[in-house]
Write a new protein. Structure first.
Length: 94
């Protein structure tokens, strides 16, 4: 059998907080990144296989920070679209 990229396997070490009865390792940076994409708590919790209440208890700071960064990026894009691109529809909302 030919060795190809499809046959490649490896291991990685994940660092993060242990959450839930199954001690699932969740990296705080990944929680923050998903919150920056606009995912809600339930979607992030389902991704990691934990309950949304456990996620909210253990990662409240990361969730808040990620969502605040998302809001800032959206505001910057909106201002750019309104002022630089002179989009009248966006200007109405400013």
């Amino acid at each position: 059998m030919a060795q190809g990229k499809a046959d490649a396997w490896g291991e990685t070490i994940i660092q993060g907080r242990l959450i839930g009865r199954n001690n699932i390792v969740i990296p705080p940076e990944q929680v923050e990144d998903l919150a920056m994409l606009g995912c809600n708590n339930k979607e992030i919790a389902n991704f990691f296989g934990v309950t949304d209440s456990a996620l909210g208890r253990n990662f409240a700071e990361e969730l808040t920070k990620g969502r605040e960064i998302l809001k800032q990026k959206l505001r910057r894009a909106m201002l750019h679209n309104a002022c630089v691109n002179m989009n009248a529809a966006v200007q109405i909302f400013l």
